[in-house]
Design a protein around this ligand. Sequence first.
Ligand code: ZN
Ligand code: ZN
Length: 314
Amino acid sequence: MMVKFWGVRGSIPAPLDPIDYKNRILDIIQFSQNKFREEPNLTSEKIYELLPMHLKELIGGNTTCVELREGNEQIIFDMGTGARKLGYDMMARGITGDIHIFLTHTHWDHIQGWPFFIPGYIPTNSIHFYSCFKDCEERFVLQQQFKFFPLEFHQMMSKRIFHYLKQGDTFTLGGFTIKTEPLIHPGNSTAYRVERNNKSFIFATDTEFFGNELKKIIQKKKKFFYKADVVVIDAQYSLKEAEQKIGWGHTSMIVAVECAIAWKVKRLYLTHHEPAHDDYHTYQMYEEALNYLSKIPKAKLEIHLAKEGTTIEI
Ligand SMILES: [Zn+2]
Ligand SMILES: [Zn+2]
């Protein structure tokens, strides 16, 4: 299976602004000048390689949208603003016909990309929405009322089919076996475990794993997450923010790592990045999480930040 992150930001899009951009350029110039002083023969490419991650990489500002592919079969998770570019890419790749979109829930940051998703306007496309909300279609209609968007949901030219899923369901779609699991989030959210050829992928945002009940939660969710090859999980907050934002529905990066260790997950991708954090801040949290992980004896977990545009193989 192949997974591509089209949107990894939580809550609201957070593009790099002109001040951030200027500061980043200045930091890169400073870093390069220092390196040249130490070693005047360094090539530009070598200096690029030496840059700290928060200068070299861009986490990305689009909200949640993830694509899973195996051969000609595709599953999309959520329609955050990242779905806009996914739509262009699917058009360029000539993907038409039945398109399958699994929704964790319908908060804005998970559905706002839909009216900008070009495959939704192609008459020969059948878009299948899957969710644990019986009124999911109504929610999409509401989002696209004429007061808020120039074209209403039912005026879009594709065919749309809504599939209602129950929490805990297991079913197949093409060669994928998919299981649902409830998460802890205001208004509810659903995690999906997808299996194929003895490999497993879990998409689990938005969720709040925190508090006095954490040990119990970890135990309760163990069966669903157990030994997954790749888990993409909500890791929006620092530990301090998680304490301040109890009930907001998100997990701290360190607790996300703690959970994954207990569930014997192999690779963990931390996502739903806080829009108030710049890349420097997010990488600092990541360093703290790596440090936490390094102190757990015998932990075999690998952790990564989910970044827009990144592709991973499972
Ligand atoms: Zn969200
Ligand atoms: Zn949410």
